[in-house]
Design a protein around this ligand. Structure first.
Ligand SMILES: *Cc1c(COP(=O)(O)O)cnc(C)c1O
Length: 433
């Protein structure tokens, strides 16, 4: 090869990563996914190097006539599936979408009511993250362990007393839909906005297996576009508020929180949206079945699966208290050595984020690779071998890689049509010998 040796080595690292993560491991990180072949190919486009500050039709840069078409089509597509009056697809991530929405909706020194991280709140909802940088006050929404959900009565009191500017629902550990209707009523009575952060469950919402927060009474929903919705990493804001509030959000997105919008993701996001229109209900349905099957299989093998008395989960996620197996840090490390990728996760009774008692499992990616309920039983068996039977993780790693070989094609998405594929490569000047 005619490249410097250090470069060849660095490229090989990526190749090894690709093969490990796509062919040898069971990925159960609840926040990740893989795009379809077509979405991945169109992700390679000239827009990766361009700017288009401003909004459609009102840009600070020239050369954006095609960008305007794309941004418009993508925003309109999301408006339709969400039944939202306003959609902003420019935020480059869910975190940026949240901070822009908070900034657009709350005045300086304003107050946000949200869940603490141990009850599933995302860092961008809390004093550990952006709200601190923005100097917002944060009040905690109370959690009901019995229902594994927000305590509606206590939350109503907190909202009435603290009159927050924004009440944040939605979470990173998200097993059961939050009571959007009830909280929205309380919020409305004191003039607070309700923002549902749909990052984790966006694909389930689009696939109609999770309530659409905007129809349940939320004013705004923010999201990532790469978790259960299997697009490229990115963010969005959808709102049913009036023009003034939407403009305020738009101005927070730009010029406050972005300058470039990573616009090469627009077409890959649109491919994913169209795929979800076609396969989304099937995909979301299988995700929810698989999560339940995995939870049941783990429970049957002696694991302390969270919320067993509530049927474990209604999303893509399963939470397991692995205190007896050495805690989340150790358990996730042993599983990684066995080619099963998870994350340690705080549970509502935890004090430490670094040494939490839980692991969080998400089945959205393995579902996309074509796995079904029976395969969830196999996964539970692998996890048991490592964490309960104490089998050497390296041994299990080989079995996992072997098992994984049956699932090497992304389902619920489009393959690459050869003619289009060659045109795309040619249009960016890539010619393979
Ligand atoms: C993942 C996540 C986000 C945003 O993540 P990004 O990586 O910034 O896209 C926001 N909110 C919740 C609840 C999340 O879990």
């Amino acid at each position: 090869m005619r490249y410097p040796e250090d470069l060849v080595k660095a490229i090989e690292v990526v190749l090894e990563h690709n093969i490990w993560r796509r062919r040898q491991t069971i990925n159960l990180i609840a926040a990740e996914n893989v795009m379809s072949p077509l979405a991945e190919l169109v992700y390679l486009n000239d827009l990766m190097g361009r700017y288009a500050e401003g909004t459609v039709g009102k840009r600070y840069y020239r050369g954006v006539k095609y960008v305007d078409v794309l941004e418009e089509v993508l925003s309109r597509g999301f408006s339709e599936v969400l039944q939202a009056k306003y959609v902003d697809v420019r935020p480059i991530s869910g975190t940026i979408a949240n901070l822009a929405a908070f900034h657009g909706l709350a005045p300086e020194g304003g107050t946000i009511a949200s869940l603490p991280t141990r009850a599933g709140g995302h860092i961008s909802h809390n004093q550990v993250g952006g709200p601190k940088a923005l100097k917002f006050k944060v009040v905690e929404l109370p959690w009901d362990l019995e229902n594994f959900n927000i305590d509606v009565d206590k939350a109503r009191r907190v909202i009435e007393e603290s009159k927050p500017n924004v009440v944040v629902l939605g979470a990173s550990l998200y097993l059961f839909p939050h009571p959007i209707r009830e909280i929205s009523e309380a919020a409305r009575s004191v003039g607070s906005y309700v923002l549902h952060d749909s990052a984790h469950v966006f694909g389930l919402i689009v696939g109609k297996r999770f309530p659409n927060p905007l129809l349940e009474g939320a004013d705004v929903t923010t999201s990532s576009t790469h978790k259960t919705f299997p697009g490229p990493q990115g963010g969005l804001i959808a709102s049913n508020l009036g023009q003034e509030a939407n403009e305020s959000i738009s101005k927070a997105v730009f010029p406050a929180f972005t300058s470039n919008y990573h616009m090469h993701r627009y077409i890959a996001t649109y491919v994913t949206l169209v795929e979800m229109r076609e396969f989304g209900e099937q995909y979301a349905d299988q995700i929810v079945r698989n999560a339940k099957a995995l939870a049941e299989a783990l429970h049957a093998r002696g694991f302390n699966v969270v919320a067993d008395h509530l049927g474990f989960t209604k999303t893509h996620q399963v939470a397991v208290d692995v205190s007896k197996q050495g805690g989340g840090e150790l358990a996730s490390k042993l599983l990684e050595d066995a080619n099963i990728i998870t994350n340690k996760n705080m549970l509502p009774w935890d004090k430490s984020a670094v040494k939490p008692s839980g692991i969080r499992l998400g089945v959205q990616e393995v579902t996309r690779w074509g796995m079904r309920e029976g395969d969830m039983v196999e996964i539970a068996e692998f996890i048991k071998r490592v964490l309960i039977d104490g089998v050497e993780p390296k041994k299990v790693a080989e079995q996992v890689a072997e098992f994984r070989r049956q699932f090497l094609e992304v389902k619920y998405g489009y393959d690459i049509d050869r003619e289009i594929g060659l045109k795309i490569l040619d249009s960016v000047g890539i010619r393979l010998a």
